[in-house]
Ligand binder design. Structure first.
Ligand SMILES: Cc1cc2nc3c(=O)[nH]c(=O)nc-3n(C[C@H](O)[C@H](O)[C@H](O)COP(=O)(O)O)c2cc1C
Length: 361
């Protein structure tokens, strides 16, 4: 961290670095792998050549080499600049999309802008800015962000779209949480009327009702950010435990598995807008599964963090493997491009099927 910063700024900075350290070092494993509920049907005679499998897609008008988004993770403290540099360099190399972490830190502390701006040094085909829905309404402690802040966040990284994240699970668990949510949907609509906005959950999933409300509020896409990967309730559990706050630690543990599983949310939130399947995506096979059940792309955060902290080569190898796995899955179902993959048959079983049986019309 450079400079003194305000007390509020320091709280945000330590929270951001806590999140990265916890996600990289603590055990965040789940007891259930929801993506394994999605099954693709093997094609013994694919009649296509692996070399010709085309993973490219167009998302929000931008051409990507593969339907992959490096999900919003960081920015706003010293080390974040290096993490975002590694992520952006590899996103450009592989021709995939990238989001930065919440830019609120840089709106409140302009000297932090460089930790996000670094993404502009690379030719990332789809850059996604990020602000939180809770900060779009008046809170007790945080300043309220207006549409101009949204524009500033986009300009900071030369973004093509702005993700407004929905993270009330995290806010309710963390001690300094912004827990006023009245008026957030109206605020999202204000932003989405002026700017290209996508709504983005952060690990608890989006229901059909919420997806329809967001569509009405003019968002251009939905990142479902479902249950099954990084749990922010779990992250806050570790933070509270380290701070000796047993009450918050207990709440964090109780809500660890709260939310709609990602594959369930992909199906439910498909309301005619592009859907990004984020939450527990581990492999290129999971990405193929996501596309087969209706997602336009898949997002990955936690899985990439250790390599992003190591160095750009480790991260590049990791993403290269993921893309090769996606190609292998496409080959084995006989899909020569992503449109064909989207039409391929997928079964949804297990707990995910259970959820859908109760929630689908
Ligand atoms: C260290 C870390 C920090 C994150 N910070 C943000 C953030 O600032 N804004 C946001 O929209 N999502 C944030 N996320 C959520 C991710 O973008 C993603 O939705 C979530 O981690 C689920 O994906 P995963 O299971 O692949 O990790 C963060 C995730 C991690 C791991």
């Amino acid at each position: 961290m450079s400079g003194e910063g305000t007390e509020r700024g320091n709280i945000i900075i330590s929270r951001k670095s806590d999140h990265v350290e916890i996600c990289a070092n603590e055990d965040m494993r789940r007891d259930y792998a929801y993506w394994d509920d999605v099954r693709l049907v093997h094609n013994s005679l694919p009649e296509i050549d692996l070399d010709e499998v085309d993973t490219s897609v167009t998302l929000f008008g931008r051409k990507l080499n593969a339907p992959i988004v490096i999900s919003a993770m960081t920015g706003g403290y010293g080390k974040a600049e290096e993490i975002n540099r590694n992520l952006a360099s590899v996103a450009a190399e592989h021709g995939i999309a990238m989001g930065v972490g919440s830019q609120r830190a840089a709106i409140e502390e302009p000297e932090m802008a460089r930790t996000y701006e670094v993404i502009k040094e690379f030719d990332v085909p789809l850059r996604i800015a990020n602000l939180g829905a809770p900060q779009l309404v008046r809170q007790r402690a945080s300043p309220q962000l207006d549409v101009e802040s949204g524009r500033a966040a986009m300009e900071m990284i030369d973004a093509h779209v702005l993700a407004i994240h929905l993270n009330y699970l995290q806010e309710v668990v963390q001690p300094e949480g912004d827990t006023r949510s009245k008026g957030a949907l109206k605020a999202i609509e204000r932003f989405a009327t002026a700017l290209p906005v996508i709504a983005k959950e952060t690990g608890a999933g989006v229901s059909r009702e919420t997806a329809l409300r967001l569509k009405k509020a003019k968002v251009r896409g939905i990142d479902v950010g479902g249950l099954g990967g990084t749990s922010f309730s779990g992250v806050e559990y570790y933070r509270a435990r380290a701070a000796g706050d047993n009450v918050r630690a207990n709440i964090g543990e109780t809500f660890w598995d709260w939310g709609l599983p990602t594959p369930v949310s992909v199906v439910l939130a498909s309301v005619g807008l592009p859907v990004i399947a984020t939450g527990g995506v581990r492999t290129g096979l999971d990405i193929a599964r996501a596309v087969a059940i209706g997602a336009s792309a898949a997002g990955m955060a936690g899985r990439l963090l250790p390599a992003a902290l190591q160095d750009r080569e480790a991260l590049s190898t990791e993403l290269g493997t993921v893309i090769d796995e996606l190609k292998a899955a496409m080959f084995l179902v006989g899909a020569s491009d992503v449109k064909e993959l989207a039409r391929t048959k997928a079964l949804i079983q297990g707990r995910s099927r259970d959820w859908l049986d109760h929630l689908s019309e």
